[in-house]
Design a protein around this ligand. Structure first.
Ligand code: PEP
Ligand code: MG
Length: 837
């Protein structure tokens, strides 16, 4: 038994199944308030010493004893729950305070039947009471016999930095009803974790006799907290009260549900009555045909053992770090395209990947001799099992997110490629696809996907709907028995996979596909003509893009220009800064992709929620109010000059328009104008590009007239303008439903911006997400906006909306909206005045 005076292996003091503390049916022990440790549901009648030690305390009622091990760890051995109430009846203590005991010596005996009948539970605890110095890691979570290794005790490193304070300070409690739809599943749990991590205090949730740390998404999901359930929250530390209030708010504010959550619940799979047809549940609608292709998951080679523990740990840590940075990238792209569902799903994945339960279990398996891939796989399997046994479909579906992380980490560990061997147009069949698989398959252009398992509320289903990819789930094992390559029909709306369609049926589906494509083509033809209101006001409908490829697609969709190129996302997937020439080429590529249309290129907008690996900025106490946007000129003027030089070298310059983010005063604009002049002269240019200002802080809207005097155009960033006007974090999932740019306060700022610009004959556009909301189109036109920069797939829709409006009537009715009291009231009025088709 190693004992270098810091580490110690404790053997089992009782025989029986082992439980983690979180699963002990006692809120105090489960919360960890008594300390770190483990529990056993005993099958024998004697408690034995788990190591050599001194007896430092014996309970008067004989049900518990505390030992001090030779390394200083203090161990409470507590037999049963609430056994203090038996007042010693049924217990006989075999040792006295101050005695030395040796490993394996009997400490107390009890009458199993008597105690079992009268106490709440026989589950017994082994807890370290001086947890500030020691931590405990379970060696096994399976059944043990007395004397078998049970718990690894390690001294905590002296100055080890911890996210939270060590125990201490006040402890406060609160209770709250869970508002999240479907209960506390992965996304809300990730949000709770994010909230808790903003505080120094340690926080826990307690539900149904079990507890979990708010640092662990897995732990919280393991509590199986249902919607509307009452949970208790405890916080201990110097900022406990503030942490408690924040957590209560997060738990009681429902997440905005994904766009399709309000769709009627899917039909359950029906009996397989028709020959040649598999029935499933529709997760994303559509009717397509294509060859069936089967995908299988990663198979692990046999673990041959004999690994160096530290080497395996390092492999796993490196793989985890790589997957984390890949997920960060996915998140950046999702944010850039405002794909909120995608963002929420992968944020939850990131939280899971940092989950102490998963990481500790994997580490334990490595310590026990597993190779890194096997250890990771076993850790995931164990947690999947927990989720699947909770009796909640929603939580069982979340096991698929864990399987996603298994695959991603295994791919890195085993060096497997990401690309699937699947041709565009195929219909993919799989046991169950993960969210990452789905994104990859969609990028490869498959026609549809079908799964043996899965559910219509799974993250894969949400993503499939977002990508417009027809998807059937819960088709059963028969799916994988089908011969690959056969032409099938996937009728997702009807919940059917037709395995042996006749030539006639195939032709019919192909015809339907062609009709749909033709309809789209027709809309696109219309989308290429300018959008004018019925009374002849022209509104430019441009696109928000993040790359030249997206610009090309938008041009094909009929965009009148690029209304916003977010340059910070052009170079998001790299670790070194692009030089001037690389930047010039990237901007030129966007101009080239847009024919003869104008392109508005925004100077780099880092800081706040947008970070670039190659541009580390000083850490900020309050980043959203810190050095972001044009304020970069203050800290890195060289970077801004480099970007302006690259922009000045694009051609033709009259199509390149420069937009400045986060402007708050006229001097910022004047400074950049002077830099543009000076750099233009250095480059021998006679021409200058137009220079515009983003209106995304209230100060800029209020100063619109002064800004418009020196700017060529104004473009309203309603995302940040909402955040700063309403004092609500635009990325706060719990507030998402309320960060609504149709709030009358924002409409007043938009009206003031348009009025200020008009005094100097400047035009105003909107490039925030409000421009893509068809309900807002008449309001924006009514207030004087003449350019809308929208998400590329919506160009046709928004142009169509414009063509059905009367600008004069919009102006009249919009001015009345300024007097309403809330965004909801504005939305209701919009539905009344300008119903959506
Ligand atoms: C905005 O704030 O509305 C905007 C368009 O800029 P971003 O979303 O990139 O901050
Ligand atoms: Mg912005």
């Amino acid at each position: 038994m190693p004992n270098n005076n810091k580490e110690l292996i404790l053997s089992a003091p009782l025989s029986g199944p082992v439980l983690t503390l979180a699963n002990v049916p006692d809120a105090v022990f489960a919360s960890g308030a008594m300390g770190d440790g483990i529990a056993i549901d005993p099958l024998n009648d004697t408690l034995y010493a788990p190591c050599d030690a001194e007896v430092i305390h014996v309970a008067r009622t004989g049900h518990a004893v505390t030992l001090r091990a030779d390394n200083g760890a203090e161990l409470l051995l507590h037999l049963g729950l609430d056994t203090v109430e038996l007042q010693g009846d049924g217990f006989s203590m075999l040792v006295k305070e101050g005695a030395r005991v040796s490993h394996g010596q009997p400490l107390l005996r009890y009458d199993v039947d008597k105690v079992a009948l009268r106490c709440k539970s026989l589950v017994s605890l082994l807890v370290i009471t001086n947890g500030e110095r020691f931590q405990a890691r379970p060696i096994t979570l399976e059944g043990v016999k007395v004397g078998e290794p049970l718990l690894h005790i390690l001294a905590k490193a002296g100055g080890q930095a911890e996210h939270h304070e060590q125990d201490g300070g006040i402890e406060v409690f609160g209770q709250v009803r869970i508002a999240h739809r479907g209960g506390l599943h992965a996304r809300p749990a990730a949000l709770v974790r994010q909230t808790a991590q903003g505080f120094k205090s340690r926080s826990q949730l307690h539900f149904d006799g079990k507890s979990a740390s708010c640092d662990s998404v897995m732990g919280m999901m393991g509590l199986a907290i249902t919607e509307q359930a009452q949970v208790h929250v405890s916080c201990r530390g110097s900022d406990a009260e503030a942490a408690l209030q924040a957590l209560l708010a997060t738990l009681s504010t429902a997440l905005v549900e994904e766009a399709h959550a309000s769709a009627p619940p899917p039909e359950p799979p029906r009996a397989n009555a028709e020959a040649g047809v598999l029935h499933g549940v529709c997760a994303a609608p559509g009717l397509v045909t294509g060859p069936l292709v089967r995908l299988s998951g990663i198979q692990l080679p046999e673990d041959i053992g004999g690994h160096a523990i530290e080497e395996q740990r390092q492999h796993l840590n490196e793989a985890l770090a790589q997957v984390r940075s890949e997920i960060h990238l996915t998140l950046e792209h999702a944010r850039a395209r405002q794909h909120r569902d995608e963002e929420a799903i992968f944020s939850a994945h990131l939280a899971l990947l940092e989950d102490p339960l998963l990481l500790d279990a994997a580490d334990l398996f490595i310590e026990q001799g597993s190779a890194a891939p096997h250890a990771w796989s076993r850790s995931i399997d164990a947690q999947c099992q927990v989720l699947q046994q909770l009796g909640s479909t929603l939580l069982a579906e979340r096991a698929n997110d864990l399987r996603d992380l298994r695959q991603r980490v295994l791919r890195v560990l085993l060096g497997e490629a990401w690309q699937f061997d699947v041709a565009a147009g195929a219909i993919v069949a799989a046991q169950e696809l993960t969210p990452s698989d789905l994104l990859q398959l969609s990028a490869q252009g498959v026609a549809g996907v079908c799964m043996v398992e899965g559910g219509a509320t799974s993250h894969v289903a949400i993503l499939a709907r977002g990508k417009g990819l027809p998807c059937l789930v819960a088709l059963g094992e028969a799916l994988l028995a089908q011969a690959p390559g056969q032409s099938v029909v996937l009728d997702a709306d009807g919940g059917r996979l037709e395995l042996t369609p006749t030539a006639e049926r195939l032709a019919q589906v192909r015809q339907a596909q062609t009709r749909r494509t033709a309809l789209r083509a027709q809309q696109q033809t219309l989308a290429h003509t300018p959008a004018r209101t019925v009374d002849g006001v022209e509104v430019e409908v441009a696109a928000n893009v993040a790359s030249s490829a997206e610009a090309g697609a938008s041009f094909a969709n009929g965009a009148d220009g690029v209304g916003l190129l977010r340059t910070e996302f052009l170079f998001v997937d790299r670790h070194t800064a692009p030089d001037e020439e690389e930047q010039r080429q990237a901007y030129q590529a966007v101009l080239d992709a847009m024919g003869n249309r104008p392109v508005i290129i925004r100077t780099i907008d880092v800081g706040g929620d947008k970070q670039l690996d190659y541009l580390p900025l000083p850490s900020e106490a309050n980043p959203v109010l810190g050095l972001r946007g044009i304020r970069l000129a203050q800290v890195r003027p060289d970077l801004l000059d480099q970007q302006l030089r690259a922009l000045l070298q694009t051609r033709p310059l009259d199509r390149c328009r420069i937009l400045l983010p986060m402007v708050t005063e006229v001097d910022e604009l004047m400074h950049i104008r002077q830099r543009l002049d000076a750099l233009g002269t250095e480059l021998g240019l006679s021409e200058r590009p137009q220079l515009g200002v983003m209106i995304e802080v209230p100060a800029a809207a209020l100063l619109a007239e002064q800004l418009a005097e020196h700017a060529d155009f104004l473009s309203i960033g309603t995302n940040d303008l909402s955040q700063y006007t309403l004092a609500m974090d635009r990325d706060h999932a719990g507030l998402a439903a309320r960060v609504d740019a149709l709030h009358p306060a924002l409409l007043r700022l938009i009206a003031q911006t348009c009025a200020g610009a008009a005094r100097h004959g400047r035009w105003v556009g909107v490039c925030g997400a409000l421009a893509s909301d068809p309900l807002a189109t008449p309001v924006l036109i009514g207030l004087g906006v003449r350019e809308l920069s929208v998400s590329p797939p919506q160009i046709g829709e928004i142009k169509d909306r414009v063509r059905h409006l009367d600008a004069a009537q919009c102006a009249r009715l919009s001015s009345e909206l300024l007097n309403l009291g809330s965004a909801l009231a504005v939305r209701r009025a919009c539905h009344r005045h300008w119903p959506l088709g």
